[in-house]
Every structure is written in C-alpha cells, then in structure tokens.
Write a protein that binds this ligand. Structure first.
Ligand SMILES: C[S@@+](CC[C@H](N)C(=O)[O-])C[C@H]1O[C@@H](n2cnc3c(N)ncnc32)[C@H](O)[C@@H]1O
Length: 466
C-alpha cells in the first residue's frame, strides 16, 4: 500500500513526534538522506531540544526497525507490512519510545502516539487509534517473547537481535560462518561516536585534546589510528574550538588508515580519483606536508564544492579539483595528464556502503543483493581507467567502505589477473601496530566486524611493475 501524504500542521500531538513521523514516511518514499530530511522538516522548529527528539526518534526507529517489527508482528498476530504505511510508522514510533527511551514515560509514549494516530486517521478514511492503543498497551503488559531460536533459524535470530536485514544476515552466515557473521552484525548495529582526524600540520593531537579538555569538551584518542580523536559526548562539530582554523576533519577511524597506505611523499604527483568531499585528499596533503601536486577528481559538482571548502579550511593548497569521470581520466584531465603521469593513485571507489550501515540506518532498509554486481562493474571500469595514468613503479591503493567480496577481492583479483605487469603488496608496513590484526591473508586491510568501533573498510595496495 503506498504511503499517504499527511498534513501534520493540524495535529495536536507533540510536534516533534509528528515531524519524526513525517521524516520516516518521506524517507520510506524517496531516496533523500535521513539528515537532509530531518534538516528540511525541522527547519521551523525553534527549540533545539525538539529537533534533537526528532533526530533521536527517526534514527532510533530505523536503527532498530527489524527488532521493533518482530515485537509488533508477535502482538498483531500478522506481519506489520500488511497495515497502511502510516500505521506501521506510528506503531514503530510508539514501540521505539517504549522499548528504548527511558526518559519518556510509557503513558506519554502511548498517549502521544494515539493522539497522532487520531489526527492522521482522517487521511486514511479510518481511525486506527484503537488498534494502536491496544497494541502499545499490550507491548507494555505482556512479557517479551524469546528471540528466534539461533540453532534452528540462525539468520532470523541475528536479524532480530541486531536489526540487520534478513538477506544480509543470510549472506554473511553463508560467506563468513556464524561467528564472524555475528561480529559483522554487532559492529553494524553499534551507534558510532563522533570521530575526528586531527590535522597534524596544524596541531598536535594531544595539544588539541588538552585544549578541548580545558574548555570542558572531553574527548579521547582513538585506539587504532594515531591521528584520531573521539568526542565523549555528541555535540555540533562546527562549534568545536579549532573547526574554523582547520585543526580537524570529521572522519571515521578506519578511513584514517587508508591514505598512509599510499606512502605518498612530499613533492610527488598524486591522483585521488574519487575524491569528494575530500577526507582522504586532505589527509594526503598532510602526509605530503602540502608539497607536490594532488589532482582530486569527482563526478559530482556539488560534492567537489565541499572538497574545495574542506581544502580551504584545512589549508591544503596543493590540490587541483577536477570535475570528471575517473573511468576515462585522460579525457577528463585533458592536457593535465598523460599515461604514466602520477606517482601515486588513490581509488576510493563508490560502493554499496555496507561497511557504514550503522551511520545510515535509512539506507540499511533500501539495499539489496543486486547492488553488489552493479557496483562491481563500475569499480572494475574505474580501476582499469585510473591504472593507465600511473607511472611504472608507482603505487595504487584501491579502497571501499564495503568489505563484500564482489566489491573488494573480486575486483582486485580480476584486475591483477588481467594485468600481469601489476603486483599486489601487503598493506602491513604502512599500518600502525594496532591495525595489524585487520590485515587479511592476501595482504589487504579489512576492518569488517571489528570490535574497535570502526567502520567496515577494505583497502588493497597494488604496484605497477613496468
Ligand atoms: C566513497 S566516495 C569518496 C570519498 C572520499 N574519497 C573521501 O575520503 O572523502 C566516492 C566518490 O566517488 C564519486 N564518483 C562516483 N563515480 C565516479 C566516477 N565515475 N568518476 C569520478 N568520481 C566518481 C562520487 O561522487 C563520490 O564522491
């Protein structure tokens, strides 16, 4: 049943809940990102606490969706998806508050959801508030049912426990075995903290942490990356001391491990082929001491603007942004590059993003198995395209924020087989000691299912022999 557009301005329920409902429905209907939708729907909310509640509710429901749906399915006696979309979302919103938000009294969670249901009911031509009231009250009253039996239904058990799509649990069990599949599910259901990479051209990590400590902003160094810091409490990063002066860049710890793998030296010529918004570009600038030349290409104009803004903020002056398709870099670079023009290439390829699902709980429910094959084709074309502009003896790093076989080993293995003049090298010498457990038998980096709180990233290092 399609999701019906609803007018929420006339609802007497708390406007934060009404807006969270509107965000969830819009998210279900289109491909816009969750943050963008929250930003758009809450622009008129004057109180930041209301905005924070919208965010908590929308993110929370999507993070726990499978678990919530399973609890609701048991109470309804039929799958939730048989109900109209608004009713499903109202039930999810109420359930999330009851199961996961201690600070909202159960009675308020039920009453507010029922009020919202009453005002939404006229758009459906039927009042669903009675059913919603009954289900939510039963949720409070009845004991929690046992999880699906892990021995008999391992994928269902993981899916319900960690709120990971069932197809992905099945896939991981089949490919990785039960234990690693569970680690992957656990890692992708954690709530990520705010992690930053300190711009060590500007400031020392300890000095920045000390400055924040003195200003009442506790943060701690990351355990794997030598450049990272994680805030102990969430807060808007743009208001942190050092933001405007480019002392740091918001970036997950696993992503911080990738640029050092290039061993790019000051004075070298580097091609960052899929560069925007510039996290790894600006890190490369730091590693090259802002000396040499980095061509930073991206196909999306808007994202390239973000890269330029980040380079400006972090004081990266050796970056040349180029709008273009990295599958055909010579055409995109025109006279600026010839075959063999670059000493180093980073291909941080577009991918399924399965390694960063915890950051995008909305995307979690829109992904499907077919996407791996689609990405693999693009990744092969990109790797083939960029390989032409590396000089003999040069190094190329291929990375993705997915560790799925089709987008990682299958792409690199296929490329090496087709290009015997290339060889694989282990990433181990370029990693900090704490990252060595994440080196695979093939010498690649894979942080999938790690218990250090990092995203799932993959990287392989290739050298062009001749
Ligand atoms: C994983 S993101 C890159 C993140 C970036 N390296 C960073 O660290 O901030 C992948 C990027 O590839 C770009 N992209 C996708 N297809 C491309 C193509 N054919 N040529 C160039 N860029 C492309 C996307 O616009 C996106 O910005």
């Amino acid at each position: 049943m399609p999701a019906e557009p609803i007018q929420l301005a006339d609802t007497p329920a708390s406007s934060s809940r009404a807006m969270a409902l509107a965000v969830l429905l819009a998210c279900q209907r289109n491909d816009r990102g969750l943050d963008e939708l929250i930003e758009q729907k809450t622009a008129a909310l004057p109180d930041p606490r209301d905005r924070a509640l919208v965010m908590e509710l929308a993110y929370g429901v999507l993070r726990r969706q499978e678990t919530i749906d399973w609890r609701l399915g048991a109470l309804l006696g039929k799958p939730l998806f048989r109900l109209p979309m608004i009713v499903q979302m109202l039930l999810r919103l109420g359930t999330y508050q009851l199961l996961y938000l201690d600070r909202i009294p159960a009675r308020a969670a039920v009453d507010e959801t029922v009020t919202l249901a009453k005002s939404s009911g006229k758009h459906l031509g039927r009042d669903w508030s009675g059913l919603i009231n009954g289900v939510l009250r039963n949720l409070i009253r009845l004991p929690e049912p046992p999880l699906p039996d892990a021995a008999a239904h391992p994928a269902e058990a993981l899916s319900v426990r960690y709120a990971v799509p069932l197809w992905l649990c099945r896939r991981w069990i089949e490919r990785l075995g039960a234990e690693q599949a569970e680690a992957a599910c656990r890692a992708s259901s954690t709530i990520p903290g705010v992690t930053l990479r300190v711009n060590r051209r500007r400031v020392d990590r300890e000095a920045l942490l000390e400055r924040w400590r003195q200003e009442g902003i506790p943060a701690h160094p990351t355990s794997v990356s030598p450049s990272g810091a994680t805030l102990d409490k969430g807060q808007p990063v743009t208001s942190l001391p050092g933001f405007l002066t480019g002392d740091f860049y918001v970036e997950d710890e696993a992503a911080q491990l990738i640029p050092p793998l290039l061993d790019a030296r000051p004075g070298q010529v580097v091609f960052d082929a899929c560069a925007a918004p510039g996290g790894k570009t600006t890190h490369l600038v730091e590693l090259m001491d802002n000396r040499g030349h980095i061509v930073a290409m991206d196909r999306q104009q808007e994202r390239l603007k973000l890269l330029q803004e980040n380079c400006r903020r972090l004081g990266a002056s050796v970056v040349q942004p180029v709008l273009g398709d990295a599958r055909t870099p010579i055409a995109a670079l025109k006279q600026a590059a010839s075959p063999g023009a670059f000493d180093r290439i980073l291909l941080d390829a577009p991918c399924s993003g399965v390694g960063v699902l915890r950051r995008h709980p909305d995307a979690k429910w829109k992904k499907h198995t077919g996407m791996f094959e689609r990405h693999r084709q693009l990744q092969r074309d990109l790797l083939t395209g960029v390989s032409a502009v590396l000089r003999p003896g040069g190094v190329l790093v291929y990375s993705t924020c997915s560790t799925e076989w089709e987008e990682t080993e299958a792409v690199v293995g296929w490329f090496c087989e087709a290009h015997p003049e290339w060889t694989r090298e282990s990433v181990a010498p370029w990693l900090p000691p704490a990252a060595l457990p994440f080196v695979t038998v093939r010498g690649a980096l894979s942080t999938m299912g790690n218990d250090c709180g990092m995203d799932g990233f993959y990287a392989a290092r290739l050298r062009k022999k001749t």
